[in-house]
Ligand binder design. Structure first.
Ligand code: SF4
Ligand code: SF4
Ligand code: FES
Length: 238
């Protein structure tokens, strides 16, 4: 007889419910494979998101047994408990339907944190050489591999309590630009991240670092922003 697992999937919007499905167990099966199996074999109306299936795009993040994860990089064998797994939408974001969240607030906060490169030169200027070992380049490099998956945002207690809080991903992005010597937007950026709901609201408990699938450390980035904005304030620049 074929082995199966009991999969509990969120169905509907915020006021939805978990619904149970039996899914055949496969070797090296990922949580995303399980969701896809249900959509193809049990209920084609199931809504969810994915693109790359290899941990590159960040679109497949969901809550698996209570913890935010990339579902394409999570093997069922690692998370199944007593033959069961529960899969829901990411926390801290409105549910559109089933496993798909509305990411608008998440991306608007990137803009509010001025997480957009502001060039200091034009294409007519010579390309500036940046020493890969310079302290600022190393600080930017340490935080730059973010793929906007929202896992840290879903794990952050401060986002849960305060919907105005910019959150770990937007602040982490701002920190990479603060350290980019080619960027010219730092006065506005520091003011944006120092404002209410910015870096000083972070309580440094590191859920973002703990759950980031890319092993980034937004808490360290936010600590850098706290130092930088405090210094700017003392100098009268903020
Ligand atoms: S910091 Fe990590 S968890 Fe947060 S959005 Fe970027 S890649 Fe995802
Ligand atoms: S350390 Fe800060 S940003 Fe990270 S989860 Fe905690 S409150 Fe959120
Ligand atoms: S589908 Fe792209 S990271 Fe999972």
């Amino acid at each position: 007889m074929e082995s199966t697992i009991d999969v509990s999937l969120w169905r509907g919007k915020e006021d939805g419910h978990y619904q149970n499905y039996k899914v055949p167990l496969r070797t090296s099966q990922t949580v995303l494979d399980v969701v896809t199996w249900v959509q193809r074999n049990s209920d084609p109306t199931l809504s969810y998101r994915f693109t790359c299936r290899v941990g590159m795009c960040g679109s497949c993040a969901m809550t698996v047994n209570g913890r935010p994860r990339w579902t394409c990089r999570t093997h069922v064998s690692k998370v199944v408990v007593d033959g069961r797994v529960q899969i829901g939408p990411l926390a801290n974001l409105p549910v559109i339907k089933d496993l798909a969240c509305n990411m608008d607030a998440f991306f608007k906060k990137w803009q509010r944190a001025k997480g957009v490169f502001a060039p200091s030169k034009s294409k007519a200027d010579p390309i500036e050489k940046i020493a890969p070992t310079s302290a600022q380049r190393c600080a930017a490099d340490a935080a730059i591999e973010c793929i906007n998956c929202g896992v840290c945002y879903a794990a952050c207690d401060t986002v849960r309590w305060d919907e105005n809080y910019l959150g770990p991903a937007a602040l982490n992005r701002a920190w990479t630009l603060v350290n980019d010597v080619r960027d010219s937007g730092n006065s506005g950026r520091l003011a944006a991240v120092a404002a209410e709901g910015g870096c000083h609201a972070c309580h440094s408990h590191e859920s973002c670092r703990q759950y980031c699938p890319n092993a980034l450390n937004p808490t360290t980035s936010i600590a850098g922003l706290k130092r930088k904005t405090t210094l700017a304030y003392i100098r009268g620049d903020l």
